[in-house]
Design a protein around this ligand. Structure first.
Ligand code: TXA
Ligand code: MG
Length: 320
């Protein structure tokens, strides 16, 4: 077990960053904050280092990883094709929670992309992540720093709890700002395709890209997006999405926005999508530790800005 190292989130400690960067260059694993969730990072150009990510997470080799960059320039060095549209989207939303899937350069190892000819790229909007990539001088392959299929970590403590003995260092940047994983947009087909909704919405993307497709479409052998598995992002306590139904019987926790119901534990969530997303995973991590029979969640509204939250809640829930 290692203790989270704590740089000042605003201006990360240079000595600590130098240590983390050296670990990356030596093929080790560094857990680091992004604005969405914490990532479990390795040198994206080192296939053996990336293999350690899959082992640590218990993640099947068929799930491609996102590569984190510190600039559009670094993104271009990994992309076989970088279109006008990719450039416009990156300029509009980077640094930020948008992952762009583009054809990959041969220098990106196949293990990173699960054998796909494409790679997911994103420039995170977090000072520790940015400084780490710059200091290492490397693109960083990183999935969310949780065991496969679990709830993503939004604090260094969440990472420590699940993967503490499997990473070489955890950089603590405090709670993440956005709270759910990035929007994933494929630029490989004729039309852009939204593979995973997030806090950058379809509507915001369409302002730049025109009309886009939504959903998996057809892909090769690797699973197109593990985030598209029906069951994903789940706590171990059964989770129910409540849309007017009664609560299950037994000891449970109920989290709600507008509709209080009586349960052993009842908790009101922020009424706006941004505030809700920011605290959702920490709420699930905490409730999951309390041994309830179930966690019930009032279904949020079906509005554009809630699409990312609704997607994660639906995937985490058991069908009643
Ligand atoms: O916010 C995030 O995206 C966080 C932080 C750490 O950046 N990362 C994250 O990684 O959520 P992960 O591995 O949990 O999810 C990566 C998503 C998956 O849905 C995966 O299928 C998709 O990105 N993805 C990555 N490369 C892809 C590719 N070449 N083609 C299609 N989907 C891809
Ligand atoms: Mg994940």
């Amino acid at each position: 077990m290692i203790d989270p190292a704590s740089p000042d989130p605003a201006s990360p400690d240079p000595a600590l960053l130098a240590r983390a960067a050296a670990i990356l260059r030596d093929g080790g694993l560094v857990a680091f904050p992004t604005e969405t969730v914490y990532g479990l990072g390795a040198n994206a150009l080192d296939a053996r280092a990336v293999e350690r990510i899959f082992l640590a997470k218990g993640r099947p080799a068929s799930s491609p990883l996102i590569v984190h960059v510190d600039s559009i320039e670094m993104a271009r060095s990994l992309a076989l094709e970088w279109t006008e549209l990719a450039d416009s989207l990156a300029r509009a939303f980077w640094p930020g929670p948008l992952t762009l899937i583009v054809p990959k350069q041969p220098n990106v190892p196949d293990i990173v992309t699960a054998g796909l000819p494409t790679v997911g790229l994103r420039q995170p909007d977090n000072p520790v992540a940015a400084a780490l990539i710059r200091e290492a001088g490397l693109p960083i392959a990183a999935p969310s720093a949780n065991r496969f299929m679990g709830v993503s970590p939004t604090t260094a403590e969440h990472v420590l709890k699940e993967l503490g003995d499997r990473v070489d260092i955890i950089l603590d940047g405090g709670p993440t700002r956005i709270g759910i994983e990035s929007t994933v947009l494929s630029l490989v087909d004729d039309r852009p395709r939204l593979l995973r909704p997030g806090m950058i919405t379809r509507e915001e993307i369409e302002v730049i890209a025109g009309e886009i497709e939504v959903g998996a479409g057809s892909f090769g052998n690797a699973h197109p997006s593990p985030g598209l598995h029906r069951k994903h992002y789940s706590p171990s306590t059964p989770l129910f999405l409540i849309d007017g139904e009664r609560l299950p019987s037994g000891r449970g926790a109920y989290i709600w926005i507008t509709q209080p119901l009586s349960a052993e534990h009842s908790q009101q969530m922020p009424p706006d999508a941004t505030g809700y997303a920011a605290v959702l995973y920490d709420t699930l991590h905490q409730l999951d530790e309390r041994g309830f029979d179930w966690i019930a969640i009032e279904k949020p509204p079906d509005w554009p800005e809630w699409a990312g939250v609704l997607d994660r809640l639906t995937r985490a829930s058991t069908v009643l």
